[in-house]
Write a new protein. Structure first.
Length: 156
């Protein structure tokens, strides 16, 4: 969970996909607000969104992809999303910068999306760069590490 929090909060935006049963699915960049102590990932969104919130009402499945190429860090998270308008949940995530999208904390369109991860994977390099693409090794579940790249799967 520590790695999920590190990557989820260290990479400013994720491409969030909803409507996964339809081709093409719908993708939009979303700013991660927090990965909490339980591993839930939080986003803010407009309840009148013609895309994500509408899709999540009919199908809670969600896929988020994080990418920080400058550090060669990547993460993908699959799970289910839940929408809330609870002010106690919204308040810690709301920042002044949200005023460009909302009319303050009292905006009736302000919602939070809580993602409950079911499956997640990450990839990162040891020093932020690949030494030589042909020499990339991986540390998997056997614990071996060639020193070039690590990958892993998060548990629930």
């Amino acid at each position: 969970m520590k790695k999920r929090k590190e990557l989820g909060e260290g990479i400013d935006f994720a491409m969030m996909q909803t409507n996964l049963m339809v081709t093409p699915s719908h993708s939009i960049p979303m700013g991660t607000k927090e990965v909490d102590e339980e591993g839930f990932i939080w986003f803010l969104n407009n309840k009148n969104s013609m895309t994500h919130n509408r899709h999540l009402i009919s199908d809670k499945s969600i896929q988020s992809m994080y990418s920080k190429p400058s550090a060669m860090e990547f993460m993908t998270v699959y799970g289910h999303a839940f929408i809330t308008t609870d002010r106690a949940v919204l308040e810690p995530f709301y920042r002044k910068s949200e005023d460009t999208l909302f009319k303050g904390m009292d905006d009736p369109n302000l919602t939070a999306i809580k993602v409950v991860p079911e499956d997640a994977h990450y990839w990162e390099t040891k020093n932020g760069k690949f030494s030589a693409p042909s020499k990339i090794g991986c540390r998997g579940f056997d614990g071996k590490n060639t020193g070039f790249r690590r990958r892993g799967r998060f548990g629930n």
